[in-house]
Design a protein around this ligand. Sequence first.
Ligand SMILES: C[S@@+](CC[C@H](N)C(=O)[O-])C[C@H]1O[C@@H](n2cnc3c(N)ncnc32)[C@H](O)[C@@H]1O
Length: 269
Amino acid sequence: MRQAPQTWHYGLVAKWWAEFNRDGPEISYFQRHVERGQPALDVACGTGRLLLPYLRAGLDVDGCDVSADMIALCREQAHREGLAPKLFVQPMHELDPARTYRTIFVCGGFGLGSTREQDAVALRRFYEHLEPGGVLVLDNENPYSGAYPWRYWVKAEREAVPRPSEPLESAERRRGSDGAEYALVSRVADLDPLKQTVDYELRAGMWQNGELVREEEYTLRINLYFMNELLLLLERTGFTDVRVEGDHRNAPATKDSDFLVFIANKPLH
Ligand SMILES: C[S@@+](CC[C@H](N)C(=O)[O-])C[C@H]1O[C@@H](n2cnc3c(N)ncnc32)[C@H](O)[C@@H]1O
């Protein structure tokens, strides 16, 4: 049986992304790559945090995501602005777009809810759907970028996992454009340093006139990748001249970089 990647980017979480995740240094960083090579594909485009500004700038970019809810919200916003992007719902390991690309990029979407085997297949799919000379730009948060959940790699600290749930009622709420309030709380449910996975549980709530009217629960397993494993995977896939930049800046990654960006080339021949 084929296993579908399981993420939490549905329902209220998709709504949260559309309402509140609209900026960040990733937008201008990835845009420079897209400007150098079009057409481009935004894999795991979500609600269009990157894709929508690129379309507004007249760039030729398609988008895909495993979550139909994220894609629907992206499409709604695009239509409100008179834009008609090519968007499709597909897990990245089954990527099968209608055209090939000069640039394929993934921002914050690699290794979420998938198996390591599916991640390796996804890299092959990116390679196959790039034109010769095309570029893959893929970011990944370093597993050690924050004390939480890095501290649970240590055996003695893992006794504190699963972490206690914070009550949804005490979480900070944000008001959406529809007047409703929204809040998310998450906790680490498990961390396996041998398999390099972390499991999160997330609860999302929506309030109208101060009353909780909708509540949802999700789990998400994230595959944790260090730089060297990703470099080997990219090279095994056939990519060459792989550069690693840090924190969405045009500078080489350092040991203090929280995010790594892999810029990998498909050879011309
Ligand atoms: C953290 S959000 C990032 C969204 C967008 N790239 C951005 O930066 O705003 C992660 C996105 O990855 C998508 N995703 C997770 N696993 C995926 C998979 N296996 N294939 C395609 N999309 C996936 C989720 O549905 C979600 O929209």
